[in-house]
Design a protein around this ligand. Structure first.
Ligand code: MLT
Length: 312
C-alpha cells in the first residue's frame, strides 16, 4: 500500500489517502462544500480524503496544481464556475484550463447573495445602487480574484449599474467576509454556503440574490430581477476533477464515490441548511459534467469579452 507499481494498484484504488485540492482559502464556500464532500467520500472509499487549500490567482493556482499532478487519482480538484470563465479570462496559464482535466461529475449549484457591511446606509437594492454610484471608487468591493465567482458576480453587478468600485482581492471569500464583518469593506457577492449564517445572524446586510427565483431557505431576499436588474443572474456550479490521463477505472471509482457522497443524508441535510442541494445522480457523471462545462465556457465567453474582464 505504498503506492505500489503503476497499474497494479488500480483494482484496489484507493489504497492510500486521496488529496482534494480546494483552490480558495479555508473557511470559505468552496472549502465548506469541499470538506463535507471529502468526509463523505472518505467514508465511501475507506481511505482518508485530505483537503489541501492551494490558493491564489483566482483559483488558477489550485487548478494548476491538479492539472500538473500525477494522473493516478490520488490528487483531485474541487472547483466551480471558475472552470467556465478562466479559459476566456486568462490568456496565459501554465496549464491547459480546458483539456488538462478529467471531469468526474457535478456536485452542486449554489445561489449567490449581495451582502454588505452591517452599517451600509441603504435599505434596498435601489438605495444601494444609488449609494454605490455616489461614492465612485471610494466604494469597495471584495472578491476572490479574477476567475472567482465573487469577482464575476461583482463585475456583472458593477457593469449592470454603471458603477466603478475599487476592487479588493483576497485568496478566497472566507477572508473577504472577515473584512465585511469588520466593516472595513463595503460589498461582497458570495454564495449562500458561506453567507447564510451571517445573514441569519444579522451580521451583514443582504440586498438581493442574482438567481432566477428566490432562495427556498432565505425567501425574504428579493431577486435581482425584482430589484430591476433582470439580466444580472449568476449561480455557482461546482464540479470534481482528476488530472487528464487518470486511468478510466480510477475515474469511475472516484465518480462512484462522489455519487455515494451526494446520496449521504448528512450531505443532503447540511447542504440544505446552507441554501443548496446535491445535483442529481445523473449530473454527478463525467458525461453530464463535460457537457455542462463546455456549454458554460461558451455561455460566458461573449459576456467576458463584452465586459473586458480579463486577467491580463
Ligand atoms: C471561495 O471559496 O472562497 C469562493 O468560492 C471564491 C469565489 O468567490 O469564487
Amino acid at each position: 500500500a505504498q503506492g505500489g507499481a503503476q497499474g497494479s494498484t488500480q483494482g484496489s484504488f484507493p489504497s492510500r489517502p486521496v488529496t482534494m485540492v480546494i483552490p480558495f482559502a479555508p473557511g470559505g464556500p468552496t472549502d465548506i462544500v469541499g470538506r463535507l464532500l471529502a468526509e463523505a467520500m472518505a467514508k465511501d472509499m475507506g481511505q482518508p480524503v485530505v483537503v489541501e487549500n492551494s490558493t491564489g490567482a483566482g483559483g488558477t493556482i489550485g487548478a494548476q496544481r491538479v492539472a500538473t499532478a500525477r494522473p493516478d487519482g490520488y490528487t483531485v480538484l474541487l472547483h466551480h464556475i471558475g472552470m467556465g470563465v478562466i479559459p476566456t479570462m486568462y490568456r496565459r496559464l501554465a496549464y491547459d484550463p480546458v483539456n488538462g482535466f478529467e471531469p468526474l461529475g457535478l456536485v452542486t449549484e449554489v445561489p449567490m447573495t449581495l451582502v454588505t457591511r452591517k452599517d451600509m446606509p441603504a435599505n434596498n437594492l435601489a438605495e444601494l445602487v444609488a449609494y454605490m454610484k455616489s461614492q465612485g471608487d471610494r466604494f469597495n468591493l471584495a472578491d476572490a480574484g479574477i476567475g472567482s465567482s465573487s469577482a464575476l458576480c461583482g463585475a456583472l453587478f458593477a457593469n449592470a449599474i454603471g458603477a466603478r468600485p475599487t476592487i479588493i482581492p483576497f485568496r478566497g471569500t472566507g477572508p473577504a467576509m472577515q473584512e465585511i464583518l469588520g466593516g472595513r469593506v463595503d460589498l461582497l457577492c458570495d454564495q449562500t454556503t458561506q453567507t447564510t449564517e451571517y445573514i441569519r445572524g444579522g451580521n451583514v446586510k443582504v440586498f438581493a440574490t442574482p438567481s432566477r427565483t428566490r432562495i427556498a431557505t432565505l425567501p425574504e431576499i428579493p431577486t435581482t430581477a425584482e430589484g430591476g436588474l433582470p439580466d444580472f443572474v449568476v449561480t455557482v456550479w461546482h464540479g470534481l476533477y482528476a488530472p487528464k490521463g487518470t486511468p478510466a477505472p480510477v475515474c469511475a471509482r472516484l465518480t462512484a464515490s462522489l455519487q455515494a457522497a451526494l446520496r449521504d443524508p448528512r450531505i443532503v441535510q447540511r447542504f440544505s441548511e446552507i441554501g443548496t442541494a446535491p445535483v442529481s445522480q445523473a449530473d454527478a457523471t463525467p458525461e453530464a459534467h463535460q457537457r455542462f462545462w463546455t456549454a458554460d465556457i461558451a455561455k460566458w465567453k461573449p459576456v467576458i469579452e463584452a465586459t473586458s474582464a480579463y486577467a491580463d
